[in-house]
Design a protein around this ligand. Structure first.
Ligand SMILES: C[S@@+](CC[C@H](N)C(=O)[O-])C[C@H]1O[C@@H](n2cnc3c(N)ncnc32)[C@H](O)[C@@H]1O
Length: 254
């Protein structure tokens, strides 16, 4: 089926079907729902859901979880980003498919959800999948970089597991996937972005080499950029021109 291109406010939009194999490696300017619906079922290895957190309730009511579950392969993964108090809806919705929750804490850039409530200085990242046989590579393969050293309980990154009698051998080339990361937020000016190191850990651990990442709320495009860098395919969507034009990955080109 041919893809029909339409110019909207100076940006190309797509009508008709997307063909992931042909159109991978790009971030499209469009609404997440419109974009996701055009993706074939069971073609995605890792879906990143990182919307504006106050929208979670609406997105869930509009069926975002069912929609992405359909696009993800049977052994694929979904990572949903949120923070208090918006994470309640996500955790409730995904309960039957929930695998683990990750915490990303930071000492800069905390959010005041209300003046009468505590400052929120961590984000929750929910991992869920259709099957417990989903792809996972617990070694990130990241170098023991300075930022990784800042991770709490750092002594356990390499050697701690074995000395505690756990049946893991230390990783010479990288760190183990863990459930708590402490990285400060990047200072990326106008475009709020997830941290590169964090994106690399998650893409490496939850998307196999050569696999396909879907990022329907792409923002700065950091997950797509990371996927491209480490040999994964990607497709992204972003509706806001401001973020779209500043996106560092390949944008849709006629
Ligand atoms: C939390 S930010 C994503 C940050 C991104 N992961 C990064 O690290 O740069 C959420 C993004 O989703 C976009 N967005 C929100 N609702 C959307 C929708 N319905 N369709 C497409 N993009 C949407 C917003 O414009 C914003 O850029």
């Amino acid at each position: 089926m041919a893809t029909c291109i339409r110019e909207t406010k100076g940006f190309p939009m797509i009508e008709g079907e997307l063909f992931p194999e042909k159109q991978l490696g790009q971030v499209f300017k469009c609404d997440a729902f419109d974009g996701i619906r055009k993706i074939d079922s069971k073609t995605i290895d890792l879906c990143i859901l990182d919307p504006n957190y106050q929208d979670w309730d609406t997105l869930i009511n509009k069926g975002i979880i069912e929609l992405v579950m359909d696009k993800v392969k049977d052994d694929g993964n979904i990572l949903a980003f949120s923070r208090q108090p918006f994470d309640y809806q996500v955790s409730t919705k995904i309960r039957p498919f929930h695998r683990r929750t990750f915490i990303w804490s930071f000492t800069n850039g905390g959010a005041w959800v209300s003046k009468r409530l505590p400052l929120v200085s961590f984000q929750t990242i929910f991992w869920f999948s259709k099957s417990k046989n989903s792809f996972i590579d617990v070694r990130t393969g990241l170098s023991y970089a300075n930022k990784t050293k800042a991770t709490k309980r750092k002594s356990k990154i390499f050697g701690g597991w074995k000395s505690e009698g756990k049946n893991f051998s230390p990783s010479g080339e990288g760190t183990w996937l863990r459930d708590h990361y402490h990285f400060n937020k990047p200072n990326t000016g106008e475009v709020p972005s997830k941290l590169y190191e964090l994106s690399k850990i998650f893409v490496k651990c939850f998307c196999p080499e050569g696999g396909t990442l879907l990022d329907p709320f792409a923002g700065s495009g950091i997950f797509c950029k990371t996927a491209q860098e480490i040999g994964r395919k990607f497709i992204g969507f972003e509706r806001d021109e401001k973020f779209f034009v500043k996106n560092e990955v390949i944008l849709w080109q006629p």
